[in-house]
Structures are given as C-alpha cells and as structure tokens.
Design a protein around this ligand. Sequence first.
Ligand SMILES: [Zn+2]
Length: 572
Amino acid sequence: MKTCCSSNTSDKECVRKSDGKVFELPRRFSKKRCKQGIKGFTMRSSCAPYKDCLTKKGKVIKGKRSKGGQLTYKKNMLGKKIKVCSKNPMTGFYRDGYCMTGADDSGTHTVCAKMDKKFLDYTAKKGNDLSSVVEPGDKWCLCEYRWQEAFKDGFAPEVVQNATNMRTKDVIRKQIKIHNKKKTKSKAKSVFKVAYFAGGCFWGLQKSFNGIEGVVDTSVGYMNPNSSGTGKSVTYEYVSTGKTGYAETVKVKYNSIVLSFDELVELFFSFHDPTTLNRQGNDVGTQYRSIAFYSNKSEKSVVNNFIKNSDKNIVTEVKKKTTFHVAEDYHQNYLQKKNCDNPNTENLDVFHSICKGNTTLAEPKFSGKYVKKPYVDGKINGIYVCPCCNNKLYSSKDAFNSNSGWPAFSNTIDKKGLSESKHISFNELTKELTCKGCGLHLGHRTIKDKKIHDCINSTCIHFIAGKSRGGSKKTLKRLLPQLREIDKSKKEHIYKLSDPHKKRVLAIDEGIRDEMRKGVSRRQAALSKKKRFNVLRLYRKNNDPKGCKRLTQDMKYMDKKYDTGQTNNICK
Ligand SMILES: [Zn+2]
C-alpha cells in the first residue's frame, strides 16, 4: 500500500506515515463541509487527497456554489465582508500543497495582492507553482502566513490591497503600513522640488531665477498667504489694486540635487531688496511685498535662520504657501520676450530679418556659422541656446550633417522627440519652430519615418561650448551631486576633489549604486566589483606596483563599507 503522500486519485487506499492509519481513498469531505460547498482535494497534514463530497453509496455530490462560480461565503469570522479578489481564492500558497478555504478557514486567504512575475517565479521555486493559474497582473488571495514568508524573503508582491481578517496578525498590518509608507516616501523623494517667492514685480524675479543652474522651470502668478482663494479667477487687474492680499509670486521648480533650498533662499534675498516694506524700486503696493513661502518646517527654519543671521533689517514675511494662481500668459517670461535688443548673434542684420517677426524666410544656404566645421560634424561639445533669452534648445550631440545648408538636429535638448518639448514650440500647420522662452523664430521641422529633422538658422541660435572635454568630465559631473549629498558642510573640497583616493572611492560608490539600480543587492554589487579589482591587482602586482597598492587601498575601503571580507596584501 502506498503512503498517503505518494498516493494518487486512482488509488483505493493509503497509509498515513505518522501513525500507520489506513484511509479509504479518495477521502470524503465532512457533511458540514459538503454543505458549505467544498470541492477539490488537499494534501495538507495527512496528504490524503480529498475528492468531491460522496454519499454513503459513493455517489458524487457536487459542491454547492453560487452563481458565477464564486464561493458562497465571503465573510470572515467577525462577520466582516471579505473582499474576494480572485474568482477562486482557493489557492493560497503552501509549499507542500494548497490552502483550503472554508468556514473555518475563510480567514486565511486575507491578503489580496497583485501578482508579479518575480513572485510567481518564487512560488514555483518553493514547489507551488501559481503561474499555472495566475498571470502576472492578476489579483490573488494569499494566506497570510505564506505571504509573510514571501515578504521576509523579499518576494512579496508589490501591491498589498486588503487584509480583511481578525486573524490578520499585527505583524502583517505593520508590514503593510511600512510598505505603503516606503512607497509614498520614494515618491516624495523626487529630486524636483518647488519653491515660491514674492519680491517685487514678478517679471524681474522670474528672469533672475531663470538664469540659475539647477532651476528647471519657473512661472509667475499670484499667492495670498492668508487665503487660498475663493474659486474666482485671480487676475492681474484684480491683484493690481493692492487691496487683495495677493502678492506677485514666482514659482520655482528646481533640481534639489543640484540646488538646495538654502541656496535658493540666499539667491532670493540677493535678487531683491528685502528691507523695503511693500515696495521694490518704483513698484509700490502690497502686491509687491517680499515674502518667502515655505512648505514644511525645515524650509521655514532655513528662511528664519537666514533672516536672523543677516545684518540687514529684513522686512520679508515668512509664510506658509497657499494656492498658486498662475498669471496670464503674457506675463510669463515677460522680460526675456521684450529683451532682445542685444541678441547673441553673429550677424545682427540677418538676425532681424530672419529670426524676428518672420515665419518663412531662411538665411542663405551654407552661409551660417553653425553649418560649418567643427559644429556640423559634432566634434565640438556644447549646447545651442536662444540668442535672446538663453533658453536651452539643442545639444551638439544631436547635431548632424544634413547637407541641406543649414544646421540640423535630430532631437530637442530635452530629448522629447516628437512629443512636446519644454524649450521649443512646433507648429504642426506651418512646420515652424520657435523658442518657448521668447517666441523667437528658429527654423522648420521635417519628419521622416517618425524621425525629426530640425532645420535651424545659424543666426537664430547661439552656441555655448562645454567647459571641458574628454571622458573624465562626464564622470566628474555625475559624481558631483552625490558628493554634495555626502558632505554638505565641506562644499569646497568636494568640488576640488584634490584627494585622488577620495575621488576613486566616490567612483566605487557610484559604480556600486549603478549596479544596485539594476536590481543587484548592495553586497553582491560590491563583491563582484571586488572580484574584478582582484583580477586587476594580480595583473598589476609586478607590472605596476603603485597601481596594485592603490587597488588594495580601494578594496580595503570596500571591505569596511560593504562587508566584502578581508583583503590580503599581495603587492610588493
Ligand atoms: Zn528665446
């Protein structure tokens, strides 16, 4: 006779290993359970398979089911409704078989989760391949115990939606809480942040912020620190009365890695005169008063500290931000639009006839500066900006030789391809390209095989060469933001990077972080890096003893920081 665990559904009897008890097969469900609509088999503790409910004479009674194939009980022991997330939540997740569902078991499958491929692979590895019944993206119920196991192993599905039962342990609740918190935290950790400042006429303040490295986007509008507004539209005319409580405000979106809030505040106070009440220069009225808005306590203390430490008599208000009402279109980037008296261009005459107030004319073929070497073959590194408003337009990396006689680009600087660029407007009807900052005419676009060919007048753009060249520049530039994070108090030495060991250490950290982004664990990434270093070290042992010592130093750094074992000294 077979043991119950190795029996199959055609066997008539089996013996339970633990106590030698013999079972008739297939085992019947109890009457009670039959009434509850159980069907199927289980291989739980006894391993003996259950079949459909059978009468004494062996007649099969099909399990009772409600219409639509759903199970009839959807309440947990508290009488609370269980959200059935799969049509057949009978799968759960047991390593040695299937979970049961039933009146006394209905609390088990209470964690409803969206399956992902990683998790389904995991179930297969654990001997309970759910992928035969569940596809990635399906919602499925898991028994809490196994879900916990998977959570510990790091394979719990991303979205945990419902935990409905009294038996749901506090542990799970806590884990779900932490899980959800982490998710919102990672969202909030976006490098792009927004700050609001009021300091006189918003035209000038916007222009000042626009020129700052790290400022991604700005817009002008109105904010009333004492009110979020009444739902009515806030207009320039309305605010101009000076009796509304609104102040002309600039919204600054910035990359917090490149630019900190501290620095923004410092800039704000340098851009305007914070000592004159309700006035900036000739502009007088409460709408021109100076306000630094904050979104949280730490920002508030940054501003307050700045004011406290200043030797000026600052009258700037420090207020919590409220609703920002965007100002009318014509106020946006106003000064840049108007200020094109001194464009950065080679040929002012051509500039005036081609780039200003023109939509069709182009400069003569092969006459422009940027259609010639070295620009046209992309050998010179830099960016092309608007000669009026300095708005960034194209990167030299996207320049190509089109042989048309005009500079050509295959993409905008923000790599938006055919979708809307932040910097350049494209009119589909006229095919015209204009600067989004100031509306300057740039040239025309043709589209071939969904690829862009932007044909631009040299006179309507201005080239700014990259500060340095070569491969090292690229890595350094990437390292700098990290450096700032690591040591904010010592900004100076961070930028100078005079210490070669520190420089290498940063490169190591950056490399490991890169690996981690691909999903490799921190230690694994460090170990594989160390392995490569070791090969290099052996190679350098005799040929380059100094290099060998440097590598040893770096490996010892990894040992300490990433727990990668101990490095022996092999260099002589
Ligand atoms: Zn422009």
